[in-house]
Design a protein around this ligand. Structure first.
Ligand code: SAM
Length: 282
């Protein structure tokens, strides 16, 4: 690791609005105005933001496909004493956005990296979801294909923390159908769409009801959305279609009491409820 000069510059990680320009902070404006270089996920997109605040900064592009090539140049600029801001198209850089490689590289060089915090869709959605926020899991984007999406949901089926996903509203009906299949129609979910924008909508319902609600209103399939899924709770841990499938399979190998004990342990489901269900198969 080379030690940076004492007068090395700082890499500022600057959050920008997720829709409403009024959400930019004064410090973000000042920082973008003062830095020598603004590294942008998309320069054309960021120039619109800059022009709204009459900022004529020098921009360069830094996106998923060139981040590793550009990190060296940015490292040199910082070492030479220039200040650099990193912005993404919306919200907080690095949160399902480019910047991780650059920040890691700069930190490895011992360069200053400083946050200018602000909007983040995941946190904004969580703040209004009405689900526990003392612990939560940010899961990023859900896969676009149903098979992979169901596998992702299966992996978090027993997660007890509130889960936050990014997803495209145009896929919302299919996504919620997958939630019903994997987590059951009783699982409580929240869709936070178009946050901070004109058509902001925050709707919470059990997965089965959410599916019907989305199917009845095509307007809910537009724009951008955050999907929040309640963690597994005593009520959400009731027997889902998946648990039932597993139970039926294990019942072929083990006597009912043992089969129910195994499934109850694996899926954190009530053993007695499973046993009662297993009796109904006879
Ligand atoms: N870095 C951003 C942040 O801090 O939120 C997220 C970038 S990620 C590429 C974009 C995704 O964030 C969208 O597909 C959507 O899931 C979510 N998102 C961004 N803006 C949103 C908004 N205004 N309302 C709801 N979701 C939004």
């Amino acid at each position: 690791m080379t030690l940076p000069e004492e007068n090395a510059g700082t890499l500022f990680i600057v959050a920008t609005p997720i829709g409403n320009l009024g959400d930019i902070s004064q410090r973000a404006i000042d920082t973008l105005r003062d830095v020598d270089i603004i590294a942008c996920e998309d320069t054309r997109h960021t120039k619109k933001l800059l022009s709204a605040f009459s900022i004529n900064g020098k921009t360069m592009s830094l996106h998923d496909h060139n981040e590793r090539q550009k990190q060296e140049y940015i490292g040199e600029q910082l070492t030479a004493g220039n200040n650099v801001a990193l912005v993404s198209d919306a919200g907080t850089p690095l949160i399902s956005d480019p910047g991780f490689h650059l920040v890691r590289y700069c930190r490895q060089l011992g360069l200053n990296v400083s946050p200018v915090p602000g909007a983040c869709a995941a946190i904004a959605a969580l703040s209004v979801a009405g689900l526990p926020t003392d612990r939560f899991a940010f899961e990023g984007f859900l896969p676009s294909k149903s098979g992979a999406r169901q596998a992702t949901l299966q992996n978090v089926a027993n997660e007890t923390r509130t889960m936050v996903f990014y997803d495209a509203p145009r896929r919302a009906i299919d996504t919620v159908a997958d939630i019903v299949t994997v987590l059951g129609e009783e699982r409580y979910i929240v869709i936070a769409r178009e946050l901070t924008k004109t058509f902001e909508t925050i709707h919470s319902a059990k997965a089965g009801e959410m599916h019907a609600w989305l199917s009845n209103d095509p307007n809910q399939l537009k724009g951008e959305m955050v999907l929040i899924i309640e963690g597994m709770t005593a009520s959400a841990s009731e027997i889902t279609a998946d648990v039932e499938r597993a139970l039926k399979r294990v019942l072929k190998e083990l006597p009912p009491k043992k089969a129910c004990a195994v499934i109850a342990d694996l899926y954190s489901v009530n053993k007695k409820a499973l046993y009662e269900l297993s009796l109904s198969y006879k």
